[in-house]
Design a protein around this ligand. Structure first.
Ligand code: NDP
Length: 477
């Protein structure tokens, strides 16, 4: 017998993926640098399906049916390169190497190009959902050639999460497209988490609610349009009490948010491509700021506004306004994410179906939510909207939310509660809809000090004003 698929790298993610494949009836070859891990996996979970453990890379490759499908789940970066090289030397033209790790899409593009020269298919595959997802159904974002997807797709779809019977797995596009889209997923996740955290902070500091009460508010929201995994787990975290102190768990956790880097990659890529992802950027910066203990300690005594007592009737109304502000800001964050996907696709020549990205994020990943059905609908059939903000469903929601959104941002500002995510989202909305932007003045400044030229609203061409001379205008071309 031979294996349909092999997994090398049997830490948490690789083990769980291998078990997921086996549970779906596939014969799975297993390999890990340290063979003891392979043996331990078979000993503990061998009864779950058909595994072929291999002690060496050669034995592993020999166990696979052709074309061979090798999934690599090792540490991102240099270890991934080392393992790719090791297996590429043992494989034959037509075989496939799948990198399921969190690689940067530029690394994936480089690896794909190098392996293509050797006749091998390299599939950079975004896998979301952490260890639980890997075992029970992740959201899977494979890039690489369409040909490789024909051979891999059915296996990946079989182990992915399912929503309404549809697999949360689809071919994203050539070379690095899968890892690019996975990166944007994580960027959006940062923004969504930040917005939820701001909503909590405002409900607590302005609304005057306790964490347990806010947990109930989130549970209620989770029955409506904000229904999502992130809102659900937020309610759980807020309701949790610390066993040692009896305090709300959220009060005993150090308020320094950490990050592993995919949010930062998203913002760096967006800067390179010139895409304004201000919601994601604010979320990344908010985490950085929280970690600067020395700055925060130094600034702790700086004055804030006087805090007026809240009117007792105010809290319930404020809660409704925060729900509106959260929903509107969330629309903006996702619109920015989809703009980045669209721009990346144009820049790198990927044919990415934006409806399908929404569809495969509905299950198995951290940002899974009902909301993604609406995004999918916006991009399905007909003319795709230039921005999600102008899709009728979302423009309608923004229209009804905007007054509350403005009041929440105004209130936060007035009371000195930082809400960078809400504020940045509102500023983006207002900037996009503004008829005229002060960018015209910036162009004037640039022309003044650097003769960078400007375009006019009434004539074609580039112009420069002789600022140091008689201030007459010259046409430059
Ligand atoms: P780790 O990232 O901790 O990697 C450990 C595995 O890498 C082990 O199998 C280890 O082998 C192997 N390894 C490390 N260096 C080498 C090397 N030089 N040569 C050969 N093998 C090596 O494992 P995870 O399961 O946490 O993650 C795997 C990948 O999946 C990573 O890229 C990660 O970013 C990504 N990912 C992780 C998620 C998570 O929630 N953890 C979610 C989504 C993706 P050995 O046992 O011999 O040390």
């Amino acid at each position: 017998r031979q294996a349909q698929i092999g997994v090398t790298g049997l830490a948490v993610m690789g083990s769980n993926l291998a078990r997921n494949f086996a549970r779906h009836g596939h014969t799975v070859a297993l390999h890990n640098r340290t063979a003891a891990k392979t043996r331990a996996l078979v000993k503990e979970f061998g009864h779950e399906g058909d595994f072929i453990p291999a002690e060496s890379a050669e034995e592993f490759v020999a166990a696979l049916e052709r074309p061979r499908r090798v999934v690599i789940m090792v540490k991102a970066g240099a270890p991934t390169d080392a393992v790719i090289d090791e297996f590429a030397a043992l494989l034959e033209p037509g075989d496939m190497i799948v990198d399921g790790g969190n690689a940067h899409f530029e690394d994936t593009r480089r690896r794909e190009a190098a392996l293509k020269e050797r006749g091998l298919h390299f599939v950079g595959c975004g896998i979301s959902g952490g260890e639980e997802g890997a075992l029970n159904g992740p959201s899977i974002m494979p890039g690489g050639s369409a040909e490789s997807y024909r051979a891999l797709g059915p296996l990946l779809e079989s182990i992915s999460a399912k929503v309404d019977g549809e697999p949360c797995c689809a071919h994203i596009g050539a070379d690095g497209a899968g890892h690019f889209v996975k990166m944007v997923h994580n960027g959006i996740e940062y923004a969504d988490m930040q917005l939820i955290a701001e909503a909590y902070d405002l409900l607590r500091k302005v609304g005057g609610y306790e964490p347990a009460q806010i947990a109930d508010i989130f549970r209620t929201w989770n029955t409506g349009r904000l229904d999502s995994y992130l809102i659900e787990i937020t309610a759980e975290v807020l309701a949790h009490t610390d066993a040692d102190t009896g305090d709300p768990f959220v009060d005993i956790v150090a308020d320094r948010a950490e990050q592993k880097g995919t949010g930062r990659w998203t913002v760096q890529t967006a800067l390179d491509l010139g895409v304004p992802v201000s919601g994601i950027a604010e979320a990344v910066f908010a985490r950085s700021l929280s970690g600067h203990a020395e700055l925060r300690a130094a600034a702790a005594e700086l004055p804030g506004p006087e805090r007026p007592e809240l009117h007792p009737d105010d809290a319930a109304r404020f809660t409704e306004q925060v729900e509106q502000a959260l929903y509107a800001s969330k629309i903006v964050a996702y619109a920015q994410g989809w703009h980045l996907i669209q721009t990346g696709a144009e820049h790198y020549g990927w044919d990415i179906d934006r409806a399908s990205v929404a569809a495969i994020w509905r299950g198995g990943c951290i940002i899974r939510a009902r909301f993604l059905d609406e995004i999918r609908a916006a991009y399905q059939g007909g003319q795709a909207p230039v921005t999600l903000l102008t899709d009728p469903t979302f423009s309608g929601a923004l229209k009804s939310a905007q007054n509350a959104w403005r009041q929440v941002v105004a209130r936060a500002t007035e009371l000195g509660v930082p809400a960078p995510g809400f504020s940045a989202a509102l500023a983006y909305y207002d900037a996009l809809r503004a008829g005229r932007l002060p960018a015209a003045l910036v162009q004037g400044q640039r022309d003044y000090f650097g003769a960078h030229t400007y375009q006019r609203t009434d004539k074609d061409g580039s112009f420069h004003t002789l600022w140091g001379g008689d201030r007459s205008e010259r046409k430059e071309d």
